[in-house]
Design a protein around this ligand. Structure first.
Ligand code: ADP
Ligand code: NA
Length: 300
C-alpha cells in the first residue's frame, strides 16, 4: 500500500495574534508578542503530525487557487504529505482564521464567510484513492455542512468495501444533531475520537461510559473519548480501558490537542499496537502539542 493513511478534511490558514484586548480598536498600532502565519484545520494538523511521526500520508482536502493555497501545498511538500487528491478551486478563497488571543488565553476567531474551512463537498472526494491505503480518517464529522448522513454512508461504505480501517474525529454538532441522525454513518466506524463535551452533546449522555456505550449501540467498534487531563477512555463491546494523560504535562495552549491525539492514536494503529499503547501514544502526542502555542508548533 503506497500510504499508511488517507486523511480527509479541512486545510486552512491560521493567523494567531496576541495577547490583545478591546483596546486594539483604539490604539493606532498594536504590537503583540505573537503574530504568525501557519496551517490549521483538523485534517492538515493530523496529516502533519502523522508524517512527522514517520507515516506516509495522503491528504484529501480543498483549497483555493490563491497564496493561502500555495502556502498549504508548500507546507505539505516540506512535510512529505501527498497532495495529489487536494482539490484547488479558483472560485473559493482558502480558509483563513484570525485567532485573537486574550491575556488569559481566551480566543476569538475571525473567519471568512466564503472561506474554505467548510467548503469540502462529497463530490470532491475521489473514492478510487481508497485502494491506496488500509486506513482512513475523516476529520471531522460536523465540520462540513455538505456532508449529511447519506454522504458519509456512501464514503464510509466504500472505504469498508476496500477493507480499510475507518476512523473519524468529531467536532461539536452544529444543529443539535444526535447519534440517531448519523446512526447509519456511525455503524461503519472502527474508531471515533470525540472529546467529552462533543460526545455528551451528540449522545445526550453526561457520563463518559454511557456516552461511549451510545456510540457502541450505533455500531461503532471502538469509542475513544478524550478526557482532557484525565487522558482517554477506550471502549468496545469487550474492553474498557482508561489511559491516563501524561502526568504534570505543561499546558500552554490546547489548540489542536484533539488533532494531535488522533494522530498519535492513528500512528499506533499503523504500527499495529494494542489499544492501550494506541491511547498512550495519543496522550503523549497531545501532551507535546499543548506545551507550545499552536497545533503543530512542536514539530516545526
Ligand atoms: P480537545 O483538544 O479535542 O478539546 P481534550 O481537551 O480532551 O480534547 O484534550 C485532548 C487530549 O489532550 C487529552 O485526551 C489528553 O491526552 C491531552 N491533554 C489535554 N489537556 C491535558 C493536560 N492538562 N495534561 C495532560 N494532557 C492533556
Ligand atoms: Na478536536
Amino acid at each position: 500500500m503506497p500510504y499508511d493513511a488517507i486523511i480527509i478534511g479541512a486545510s486552512i490558514i491560521d493567523i494567531p495574534a496576541g495577547p490583545v484586548d478591546a483596546s486594539v480598536f483604539s490604539t493606532g498600532s498594536h504590537p503583540v508578542d505573537r503574530l504568525a502565519f501557519q496551517v490549521g484545520g483538523d485534517a492538515i494538523n493530523e496529516a502533519t503530525v502523522l508524517s512527522h511521526l514517520g507515516a506516509d500520508i495522503k491528504l484529501v482536502s480543498k483549497i483555493g487557487s490563491d497564496p493561502g493555497g500555495d502556502f498549504i501545498l508548500q507546507h505539505c511538500s516540506r512535510h512529505r504529505i501527498d497532495t495529489s487528491s487536494i482539490v484547488r478551486d479558483p472560485s473559493m478563497d482558502t480558509g483563513i482564521n484570525i485567532v485573537l488571543i486574550e491575556k488569559n488565553g481566551e480566543r476569538s476567531f475571525i473567519t471568512s464567510r466564503s472561506g474554505g474551512l467548510r467548503q469540502l463537498k462529497p463530490e470532491d472526494i475521489d473514492l478510487s484513492v481508497f485502494s491506496e491505503s488500509s486506513l482512513l480518517c475523516f476529520a471531522s464529522i460536523f465540520v462540513f455542512p455538505y456532508f449529511q448522513n447519506d454522504d458519509l454512508v456512501r464514503i464510509f461504505s466504500k472505504a469498508k468495501e476496500h477493507g480499510m480501517t475507518l476512523c473519524a474525529d468529531m467536532t461539536k454538532c452544529k444543529n443539535k444533531e444526535t447519534t440517531e441522525d448519523i446512526r447509519e454513518a456511525l455503524s461503519y466506524l472502527d474508531f471515533v475520537f470525540p472529546n467529552l463535551e462533543e460526545a455528551q452533546m451528540v449522545t445526550r449522555k453526561e457520563d463518559p461510559d454511557e456516552a461511549a456505550d451510545a456510540f457502541l449501540d450505533c455500531g461503532v467498534k471502538h469509542a475513544v473519548i478524550k478526557l482532557g487531563k484525565q487522558g482517554c477512555l477506550i471502549k468496545s463491546r469487550s474492553e474498557r480501558i482508561i489511559v491516563p494523560a501524561v502526568p504534570d504535562a505543561v499546558c500552554l495552549d490546547t489548540t489542536g490537542a484533539g488533532d494531535n491525539f488522533a494522530a498519535g492514536f492513528l500512528y499506533g494503529l499503523i504500527k499495529k499496537q494494542p489499544l492501550y499503547e494506541c491511547g498512550r501514544l495519543a496522550n503523549e502526542t497531545a501532551a507535546r502539542c499543548i506545551a507550545r502555542m499552536g497545533a503543530t508548533a512542536w514539530i516545526e
